[in-house]
Write a protein that binds this ligand. Structure first.
Ligand SMILES: [Zn+2]
Length: 59
């Protein structure tokens, strides 16, 4: 099996990991109604809407 000839330097590993912080959290989308972050294909916990329809009253 192929094995890496050289291991990555510490700075190269750190540079790669630094990219993760710039990325948005996975599995979250912006609610088109209230612009809060919500889980995709689920009711928005902030405004209680899904597919432009009120699913649940939120105080
Ligand atoms: Zn919302």
């Amino acid at each position: 099996m192929a094995v890496p000839k050289k291991r990555h330097s510490k700075s190269r590993t750190k540079k790669r990991r630094a990219m993760w912080k710039k990325m948005p959290a996975p599995g979250l989308v912006v609610c088109p109604r209230c612009h809060e972050m919500k889980m995709p294909h689920r009711m928005c916990p902030e405004c209680g809407f899904y597919k432009e329809r009120l699913v649940k009253e939120v105080k």
